[in-house]
Design a protein around this ligand. Structure first.
Ligand code: GLN
Length: 477
C-alpha cells in the first residue's frame, strides 16, 4: 500500500521501486475516485498521468537525470493554465475553453518531473471564501462534509487534505490559499508579490494575485517554491532577485523577534478559543527565548474595505475580456439583438452572482464621479499600510496572527451574508495589500474538533525566514 509523507521520502521509495511513479499515480487516481463526493476536482487527467508516470519510471531506469519533483503528483487550481487542457476559473463563461499554453508555474513543475493529475474546483474567478461560488458546485471539507473547505482555492486545499495528490497550487489574492489551508488543517503558503510568475494565471486582481502552495510539510513547500519561483520574460512584475534553495535552508536555531497586532487578537469577531490558544502560543514562544511584542495596527478596520474596493476595481477591468466574443460561453441571440445585447446576455448568463456583483462594485468605484472618493482613497490607505509594514519589519522578523477568525463553517451558513463572508478575510488581505509573503501553518485544534492555523508574515522577499520559522514551529510545539 502506497503512503506519502514527504517528497524526500517518496524519492527514497522511488530509489528501490522501478515503477514507483506509476504506483503513486495509480494510488492517487484511486483516491480521487473514492473521494469524488468532495468535488475537489473538475477534471482528472487519468490517461495522461499514467502515461507520464510510466515515462518518468522509464527515464529513471535509463539513468536520465531526475528533476527535483520527479514523479511528484500535483493538482492545479482551475485558474492555472495547462497546455491542451480546459481551464475555466470554475465559471460557466469559460465553458469549453482550452488553454493553448502552459502557465510559467506549470512549465516549471513539468520541467522538474512533476505529474499533473488534474484541475481543482474553486470559487468562480477566485472570488470567495467558501468555495460555494463555483459554477460546478461546492467543495466539501473532508473532515466533515457539511462544512466548507474555505476558498477560493478550496479544491486544491481538499486535494492535499484528503491525500488526493502530494502538493497542489492555488492562487491567493486576499487569502485564498491561507484561509482554506486553515479550514482544512494543511499548510498554505503565499509568496511575496513578484516571487512567482503570474503568466498563465487567470487574473482576478493583478496587483494582488500570487500563486501559492498547499502541502503537508515545510520541506515540500520549500522545494516546490524553489522550483516555481523566479524571473520570467512573460511577466514583468516578477522580481529578478535570485531564487534561494529554500529547501536546503530550513533549519534554524535563531531566537526571533515576533510582533503581533493587538487589534487583531482583541477583535470582536475573533472566536474566543482561537484567541486564547493563539495567545497561549505566544507565551510558549516567549518561554522558548523569542521576543514577542504587541504592535499597533490602527488601520485594521480599513483593510477589508480597502481590499474589496481595489480588487473589485481591478477585476472589473480584468474580466471585461469575457464578452461572449473572444472566449468560451456565448449566449443565444434572438432576431434583432445587437452587439450590446450579445455582451449583456453572455455576461449575465455566463458569470455567477458573486462575480457580477464584484464587477458592478468595481465599475462603480472607478466611475468618474466616485473615483476619488473610493479608488483613490483606497490607494492612499494601501500606501499607509505599506509604510506601516516597512516600519514594523525594521524591528521584527515576523508578524503573527490567527489566519481566520473562525473555524470552518457550514455550507450555506454565510452564503446570504456577504459582509460576514468578507470578514473571513480580515487577517489575510493585509499581506496581499502590501505584497509580503505569508503562510498558514496547522498548529491548533479547536474544542469543536476542527483544525485552525497560525498565520505568519515576514518582510518583502523574506521567504527564507518565513519558511525557517514555520519549520521550527511545525517541528517543535
Ligand atoms: N476571499 C477573498 C475574496 O473573495 C480572497 C480571494 C482570493 O484570495 N482569491 O476576494
Amino acid at each position: 500500500m502506497f503512503a506519502f509523507t514527504s517528497i524526500k521520502e517518496y524519492h527514497s521509495f522511488l530509489a528501490s521501486n522501478p515503477s514507483g511513479c506509476s504506483v503513486a499515480a495509480k494510488h492517487y487516481l484511486g483516491k480521487i475516485e473514492e473521494n469524488k463526493h468532495l468535488n475537489a476536482f473538475l477534471e482528472v487527467f487519468e490517461a495522461e498521468a499514467l502515461q507520464r508516470a510510466a515515462q518518468l519510471d522509464a527515464d529513471k531506469l535509463a539513468g536520465k537525470p531526475l528533476g527535483k519533483l520527479h514523479g511528484v503528483i500535483v493538482a492545479l487550481k482551475d485558474v492555472i493554465c495547462i497546455k491542451g487542457h480546459k481551464v475555466g476559473a470554475a465559471s460557466k463563461i469559460l465553458e469549453g475553453f482550452t488553454s493553448i499554453y502552459n502557465a510559467t508555474a506549470t512549465e516549471k513543475l513539468l520541467a522538474e518531473g512533476a505529474i499533473i493529475i488534474g484541475r481543482n474546483n474553486c470559487d468562480e474567478f477566485a472570488m470567495g471564501s467558501s468555495n460555494e461560488n463555483s459554477a460546478y458546485g461546492a467543495v466539501k471539507n473532508a473532515i466533515d462534509n457539511s462544512l466548507v473547505p474555505g476558498g477560493s482555492s478550496g479544491g486544491s486545499a481538499v486535494a492535499v487534505q484528503a491525500d488526493l495528490c502530494m502538493v497542489s497550487l492555488g492562487s491567493d489574492t486576499g487569502g485564498s490559499v491561507r484561509q482554506p489551508a486553515d479550514f482544512c488543517g494543511v499548510i498554505g503558503f503565499k509568496p511575496s508579490y513578484g516571487r512567482i510568475s503570474r503568466y498563465g494565471l487567470i487574473a482576478y486582481a493583478s496587483s494582488f494575485d500570487q500563486i501559492g502552495i498547499f502541502s503537508k510539510t515545510m520541506d515540500d513547500t520549500a522545494l516546490v517554491l524553489e522550483v516555481i519561483a523566479g524571473a520570467d520574460n512573460f511577466d514583468s512584475t516578477v522580481s529578478v532577485k535570485p531564487v534561494p534553495e529554500y529547501s536546503k535552508e530550513l533549519s534554524t536555531t535563531k531566537k526571533y523577534r515576533f510582533a503581533y497586532f493587538k487589534e487583531a487578537l482583541e477583535h470582536e469577531g475573533l472566536d474566543k478559543e482561537i484567541a486564547a490558544q493563539t495567545k497561549a502560543y505566544l507565551e510558549t514562544l516567549k518561554s522558548q527565548g523569542h521576543t514577542v511584542e504587541p504592535v499597533d495596527f490602527k488601520l485594521l478596520p480599513y483593510v477589508v474595505p480597502t481590499y474589496y474596493i481595489l480588487t473589485t476595481a481591478e477585476a472589473s477591468s480584468n474580466l471585461s475580456r469575457f464578452d461572449g466574443v473572444k472566449f468560451g460561453y456565448r449566449a443565444e441571440l434572438k432576431k434583432g439583438d445587437d452587439l450590446t445585447a450579445l455582451y449583456k446576455k453572455s455576461r449575465s448568463e455566463g458569470f455567477g452572482k458573486e462575480v457580477q456583483s464584484r464587477i458592478l462594485l468595481g465599475t462603480f468605484v472607478l466611475s468618474s464621479g466616485y473615483f476619488d472618493a473610493y479608488f483613490t482613497k483606497a490607494q492612499q490607505v494601501r500606501r499607509l499600510l505599506c509604510d506601516t509594514t516597512n516600519e514594523i519589519f525594521k524591528g521584527y522578523d515576523a508578524v503573527i496572527s490567527p489566519t481566520v477568525p473562525t473555524t470552518a463553517f457550514k455550507i450555506g451558513e454565510k452564503s446570504d451574508d456577504p459582509i460576514a463572508m468578507y470578514l473571513a478575510d480580515i487577517f489575510t488581505v493585509f499581506a496581499n495589500l502590501v505584497g509580503i509573503p505569508a503562510i498558514s501553518i496547522p498548529l491548533f485544534k479547536h474544542s469543536n474538533g476542527l483544525p485552525f492555523g497560525l498565520q505568519l508574515m515576514t518582510g518583502h522577499f523574506e521567504e527564507t525566514t518565513l519558511l525557517q520559522i514555520s519549520s521550527m514551529m511545525m517541528g517543535k510545539r
